[in-house]
Design a protein around this ligand. Structure first.
Ligand code: ATP
Length: 454
């Protein structure tokens, strides 16, 4: 049943234009995905919601956008050159590669029973060369996390903005890891986007701030519509902690393939600032004016994945619903049966939060062979587009159009019908309740803006 749900999400993503296999016409590049017209809107809306909550609505966080390519010494200082390894084993027969941890002490290939090579370390960083000469002196890495771009700018930020502790830096951007076992659609890929905060605190405040960030970010997912029962907090055991972390808790989502990490929130201590001070010879300490003291702040890091969150929001929003027959409506020719557009009394609907829904409003003509209806609907759509993401669609019967909009999570459908020509009113149908209201064309924009913003 759960696997079936994953298949449905993958299929809907392709069919409706959320997520496509990368380079599909060439057979596809495995585990690499492209976001289509609805996918890019959903992803941008998610990033905007995150930026609003973490940067605009707070007084203590500043935004940043660092380059993907960085000086290779960054990765020496951070420990990634020496420590960012997974152990892997290869099958000598079928050549498949496995994470040693996933083999659980098996000594034969789980796929074909072939002999396995000894377990060997495998660095997950992608390497390339800067400039035309491919020699060791020109090696650069594609960043495996956005975090280091914020650590190495710590001094610049202090000089430019003079923030007082506690304060944070926030960044959203691409990261790359040469994962041994990518999979589960967009859950684990080699190219992905992260949303990270580096929150600088006095060392003695670290434990408290870690707890605060776990709560704040747990609630962020819930406030954006993820069902609470599908989220959990999982503190790391000591043996699981990364080399730089004192404590870490994952926020996990109950994906169809099991509970898995959406975001990790760690106390990185003063490890990173001290490492960069050592490697660069620069002073990464914070000067406390009041106490006249210099010290290395601790860093609390909430680090989430854009792609994993998009997937979780898609899974959580996916509903197949039995639709009740029309019973409670007064006879009104302009109002469609409540189950209109629904085959066999079931509909697929993405109940995405209004801030995440890729399209807010669709304007649909009830009869597409009536020029005056089409003209009014197009005019309404043009007007709404000035203030919200609105589309006009007349490429099917009204039933088909409703079904299509439900499947991509459009919040409101505005239908223009014959009666609209006389009474200058249109029918507005709300996605989740399917309730319909007649609204005058003059008041429509105001009505929708109020629904979208309140
Ligand atoms: P995992 O244990 O799943 O490999 P991680 O603990 O290595 O993840 P972090 O280093 O904490 O991940 O990265 C922070 C966030 O970046 C993760 O919570 C996840 O949302 C995202 N992320 C990390 N690796 C990937 C990946 N390969 N594909 C997609 N998102 C990823």
């Amino acid at each position: 049943m759960a696997e079936n749900l994953m298949d449905k999400i993958v299929s809907l993503s392709k069919r409706r234009g959320f997520i496509f296999q990368s380079s599909e016409v060439y057979g596809g590049l495995s585990n690499t995905w492209d976001y289509g017209p609805f996918g890019v809107e959903l992803k941008n809306n998610l990033k905007t919601a995150w930026w609003k909550a973490n940067v605009y609505q707070r007084d203590d966080i500043l935004g940043m956008d660092a380059a993907i390519l960085m000086h290779p010494d960054v990765w020496r200082a951070s420990g990634h050159v020496d420590n960012f390894f997974d152990l892997k084993s290869d099958c000598k027969t079928c050549k498949k590669r496995f994470k040693t941890a996933d083999l659980k002490n098996a000594d034969k290939c789980p796929e074909c029973g072939g002999e396995l090579t000894e377990s060997r370390p495998f660095n997950l960083m992608f390497k390339t060369y800067q400039g035309p000469v491919e020699d060791a002196g020109n090696i650069v890495y594609l960043r495996p996390e956005t975090a280091q771009g914020m650590f190495v700018n710590f001094i610049n930020i202090l000089d430019a903005r003079h923030p007082k502790l506690p304060f944070g830096l926030a960044q959203i951007g691409k990261a790359f890891r040469n994962e041994i076992t990518p999979g589960n659609f967009t859950f684990r890929t080699r190219e992905f986007e992260q949303m990270e905060i580096e929150y600088f605190v006095r060392p003695q405040e670290g434990d408290k701030k870690l707890e605060e960030w776990i709560e704040t970010h747990f609630n962020w997912y819930v406030n954006l519509g993820i069902k609470k029962e599908n989220l959990r907090k999982r503190p790391h055991g000591k043996e699981e902690l990364a080399h730089y972390a004192k404590a870490c808790t994952d926020i996990e989502y109950n994906f169809p393939f099991g509970w898995s990490e959406l975001e990790g929130i760690a106390n990185r201590t003063d490890f990173d600032l001290k490492q960069h001070a050592r490697q660069s010879g620069k002073d990464f300490q914070y000067f406390d004016d009041a106490a006249k003291q210099r010290f290395y702040p601790y860093i609390i890091e909430p680090s989430g994945g854009v792609d994993r969150s998009v997937l979780a929001f898609l899974v959580d929003a996916y509903h197949e619903e039995k639709v009740p027959p029309r019973t409670n409506f007064e006879k009104n020719e302009a109002i469609l049966p409540i189950g209109a557009g629904v085959k066999n009394d079931t509909r697929v609907v993405l109940k995405l939060h209004r801030d995440l829904a890729p399209t807010k409003v669709a304007v649909l003509p009830l009869l597409r062979n009536r020029p005056e209806i089409v003209e009014l609907a197009q005019k309404i759509a043009r007007e709404l587009k000035k203030n919200m993401v609105a589309v006009y669609d007349d490429t099917g019967s009204i039933g088909k159009l409703y079904r299509r909009q439900d499947e991509v999570g459009t919040l409101y459908c505005v239908t223009v019908d014959v009666q609209s020509m006389e009474d200058k009113q249109v029918t507005v149908r709300e996605r989740d309740s399917m309730q319909q209201e007649r609204i005058s064309v003059d008041k429509l924009k105001e009505y929708l803006l109020q629904k979208l913003n309140n």
